[in-house]
Design a protein around this ligand. Structure first.
Ligand code: BJW
Ligand code: ZN
Length: 263
């Protein structure tokens, strides 16, 4: 893959010392994990994801919401990191001050070689009590992740908290809930001090996460975007790489460092 945009993005990456990689659901799309705003499949087609991802939805129908998250968790367990995840790890290996900030609730960055991404929206693998916040074990009705689990589909009663008996909830951030303050602080600090922000596979519609690239741009860092379609961030980007992360990110790493193993 060639082109003036890729060459310019490669120059920006090669010159960077403290890049931030900011990722959304498109990062995992080529691993087979549906993006958040993609059409739902199967049983879930009847529901709007934006209406399931709320505290009110969980209160109204805990089995519906817990079942949806279990279905998604099973889907992630069957998925593998794609070349885009490995290219992000290659950037961090080359530039150890790289900070990876993700809105994703899957674990594909970790499995792709980024040990500690900053998680703005929590994780599918950290359930907790909906009343007392005590961490709950991930359901153990599954075979180990190396052995692909049977897909779960349909409503499922959440387990009860081992401490107080209230329903366990997914450890993700729903609409109307505050982001974990340590993660948000770390993200703002990294964006404020970065010399390049690479935004990958996000519609940039959900706040306050969508403000992270704006923080970097406002302080003068160039922003490079990887997305097959335009987003509200187009206007602030130095370079827009229109294409899928699994192809664009390895090409970007090769453009920056022709000798690199881009995954
Ligand atoms: C590819 C690709 C490929 C495809 N390669 N790319 C300011 C303005 C307006 C509203 C608000 C505001 N501030 C706050 C709000 C309200 C609200 C909000 O933002 N609403 C908007 C939707 C209007 N925000 C909140 O409620 C937040 N909380 C909050 O503000 O609290 C205030 C508070 C303070 C103190 C005390 C109490 C409260 C919380 C937001 C939490 C969002 N959570 C979710 C669900 C997580 C769990 C789950 O997954 O179910 O996070 S919503 C969902 O959106 C999920 C995602 O992380 C997030 C972002 O989505 P993302 O990643 O961008 O995915 P998509 O699907 O939208 O886009 C995919 C992109 O990939 C597309 O562009 C494709 O083109 C692209 N793509 N294939 C590269 N191969
Ligand atoms: Zn409890």
């Amino acid at each position: 893959m060639t082109g003036p945009e890729l060459a310019e993005a490669g120059r920006l990456l090669a010159a960077a010392r403290r890049p931030v990689v900011f990722t959304g659901a498109g990062m995992s799309a080529e691993s087979g994990v549906p993006t958040f705003r993609d059409a739902q499949t199967g049983l879930w087609q009847r529901y709007d994801p934006q209406e399931l991802a709320t505290p009110a939805a969980f209160r109204a129908d805990p089995a519906l919401v817990w079942g949806w998250y279990e279905a998604r968790r099973h889907g992630v367990l069957r998925a593998r990191p794609n070349p885009g995840h490995r290219a992000v790890a290659a950037i961090q290996a080359r530039l150890p001050e790289t900070v990876v900030i993700t809105q994703n609730v899957d674990d594909l960055h970790e499995r792709g070689g980024v040990p500690a991404p900053v998680r703005l929206h929590g994780s599918l693998f950290a359930p907790r009590c909906s009343a007392c916040a005590r961490p709950a074990p991930v359901l153990s009705d599954l075979p180990p992740p190396s052995d692909p689990p049977e897909p779960h589909d349909g409503p499922l009663d959440p387990p009860a908290c081992g401490g107080c008996g209230a329903p366990v909830r997914p450890g993700v951030v729903w609409f109307g809930e505050a982001l974990p303050s340590a993660a948000l602080d770390a993200a703002v600090e990294a964006a404020s001090g970065c010399d390049l922000l690479l935004t990958v596979g996000t519609s940039a519609l959900v706040h306050p996460a969508a403000e992270i690239p704006l923080v970097a741009a406002g302080l003068g860092a160039p922003v490079v975007q990887v997305n097959p379609v335009p987003t509200p961030l187009d206007a602030i980007c130095a370079v827009n790489l229109r294409g899928p992360a699994g192809e664009m990110l390895p090409a970007l790493v090769r453009a920056a460092w022709p000798d690199a193993d881009a995954g």
